[in-house]
Design a protein around this ligand. Sequence first.
Ligand code: CDP
Ligand code: ZN
Length: 163
Amino acid sequence: MYSISDIRVGTGYDVHRFADNRACIIGGVQIPFDKGLLGHSDADVLIHAVVDALLGASSLGDIGRLYPDNESKNKDISSRLILREVSARLAEAKWQIINIDSVVICEKPKISPYVDAMKKAMADDLSIDYDRISVKGKTTEKLGFTGREEGVAATASALICRI
Ligand code: CDP
Ligand code: ZN
């Protein structure tokens, strides 16, 4: 049994705009698509939301504080590397992940064919079981910036507990 103070929840949210001549990497998976996502890093919008959910739950800061986008060492950095480093930070602070749930919001690309690969990639980086992480795709019914296919948004929740 855990006491109430041993369990914490975090939320994360991120947006990246589409751009030509960029890879479309979401949840650690390169998706074949005619546009990619723009960012200082590889612009993996889903991993960024997951990282912020984990950092929020553990009160360890946020992705922009730990990986400032004005630092050249973070240019084109793989978000999977960030996820692995954040996983290590949580373990060092004696937190373990109970589960992560997430939503990728865009009209295109279709996310569902890649959900399994995304879950595998992120579960691997976080050293957790595949069934502790969930990814879902959702449109905004053609409304707003995601509806106009200007970019992709992602949101994530993480539940963690004391080791
Ligand atoms: O039916 P509803 O309006 O709730 O959802 P939707 O946004 O029309 O999406 C229907 C289904 O398509 C989702 O439940 C996902 O399985 C899938 N989907 C996806 O794989 N990738 C997206 N970018 C959007 C939706
Ligand atoms: Zn981001």
